[in-house]
Design a protein around this ligand. Structure first.
Ligand SMILES: Cc1cc2nc3c(=O)[nH]c(=O)nc-3n(C[C@H](O)[C@H](O)[C@H](O)COP(=O)(O)O)c2cc1C
Length: 176
């Protein structure tokens, strides 16, 4: 990688917007640390990622699977992704568990991580509230199991480790 601002793609698969907000936050942290970031829906990301030095790919969890746009990008951009450092995240649990312990990736995401030789994966808590449409989503919220379990301190910390790693690889040094 050249000794210039590292360019990082942060792509997300999100139905109700909470994973998108995590991706935006990761982008802000990387930006502050001196990266040039692009945050975009996984469905709109390019298949050829030669414009980027590194990538972060995340998806909301639905019935034990990543949001399909994240799965599809991992597949269609696999050649590009394998050539650069890539970090994965999942967002889902509607309880504090993701802040309390490491939650391993669901099976499909584990496979993707292996195929892409990902640098790492983390599961963040999720969010579901009254604004979510969909029968099951509304049932979950109605039964009192919704809420916002995203831990932005944890997300910041994870993004900072990526920023440090990317900076070390590119020789960039603005600190985090
Ligand atoms: C129908 C439905 C299924 C879900 N399945 C899971 C699941 O299998 N595992 C999990 O951790 N969270 C699950 N969740 C919680 C979502 O992953 C969580 O709300 C997430 O933050 C949604 O991301 P998004 O707003 O980006 O779409 C589910 C939510 C809904 C509405």
């Amino acid at each position: 990688m050249a000794n210039q601002e590292p360019r990082v793609l942060i792509a997300y698969g999100s139905k109700y917007g909470s994973t998108k907000e995590i991706a935006v936050h990761i982008g802000e942290v990387l930006n502050k640390a001196g990266c040039a970031t692009t945050v975009c829906p996984a469905g709109e990301a390019a298949t050829d990622l030669s414009a980027y030095d590194a990538a972060v790919l995340g998806g909301g969890l639905y019935a034990g699977r990543w949001h399909r746009d994240a799965v599809r990008l991992a597949h269609r951009a696999r050649r590009s992704l394998r050539k650069r450092p890539v970090w994965l995240f999942s967002s889902g649990p509607l309880d504090p568990s993701a802040s309390e312990r490491e939650i391993p990736p669901v099976r499909g995401v584990r496979r993707i991580a292996d195929r892409l030789d990902a640098e790492g994966h983390i599961t963040f808590g999720g969010r579901l509230d009254e604004s979510a449409r969909g029968r099951i989503a509304r049932m979950i919220v109605k039964s009192g199991k919704g809420g916002d379990f995203r831990d932005f301190g944890q997300i910041t910390g994870w993004a900072q480790t990526i920023a440090r790693d990317v900076a070390a690889r590119t020789g960039a040094s603005r600190g985090t």
